[in-house]
Design a protein around this ligand. Structure first.
Ligand code: FAD
Length: 171
């Protein structure tokens, strides 16, 4: 909020959307003019989920438990954006979260195949650098607390460096 304030960005928060016009956004809390509208809808499951037997959350995602196991199905696991997992309401849909869940899911699937206890869980962690091309701000939240480190050039370069290292193993 403070960073938006500094840049003269007005916020219009906490009101449900009613609709758009070419140059106007309409919400239950009023409307405002816009030159450009970027809309990001809430996430839901893939349309093919509808034709499957996968159990679904209220939001249409694949319902899983804390071991990433899909409820009621044998040797079926889900990780990442497609799944709905138990956890705090701030648990992010983030690549980092998807990584942590994928690791737990893979370990549990292998354990289940080998007839061993499939009891690996994943840490709930929001961590990101909000990059503004020249500078970046680090935000971290875990179940024990949160950290916000101010916008500086070092975080922009740290994000670029992380990207290189992360992608190298796949390339
Ligand atoms: C604009 C934007 C910016 C983001 N920035 C960040 C960030 O800075 N940091 C961060 O941590 N997260 C970020 N995220 C979130 C992050 O991208 C996702 O949380 C992450 O990619 C989820 O990984 P996933 O493997 O679950 O799903 P995905 O990465 O979406 O992978 C799913 C894959 O399945 C494929 N697929 C779909 N249907 C089928 C099918 N029927 N058959 C075969 N393949 C199929 C898709 O093509 C896709 O490749 C961002 C997301 C967006 C949209």
């Amino acid at each position: 909020m403070a960073e938006m304030e500094k840049r003269g960005i007005e916020r219009h928060l906490g009101h449900k959307m009613k609709g758009f016009e070419a140059n106007k956004v309409k919400t239950e809390g009023g409307e405002f003019a816009a030159d450009l509208i970027l809309f990001m809808p809430g996430m839901t499951g893939n349309s093919w989920f509808d034709n499957s037997e996968l159990p679904r959350s209220a939001g249409g995602l694949v319902q899983a438990d804390k071991h990433c196991k899909v409820a009621g199905l044998d040797k079926v696991y889900v990780a990442g954006d497609s799944g709905s997992f138990p956890g705090p309401d701030w648990m992010p849909k983030q690549a980092h979260m998807a990584d942590l869940q994928a690791e737990a899911a893979a370990k549990n699937l292998l354990a289940e195949i080998k007839g061993k206890p499939a009891d690996h869980t994943f840490k709930v962690e929001l961590i990101c650098i909000v990059d503004s091309n020249e500078k970046g701000m680090l935000i971290k939240r875990t179940e024990t607390g949160s950290t916000l480190l101010p916008n500086c050039r070092a975080f922009h370069w740290a994000k670029r460096g992380f990207e290189k290292v992360y992608l190298r193993k796949y390339r």
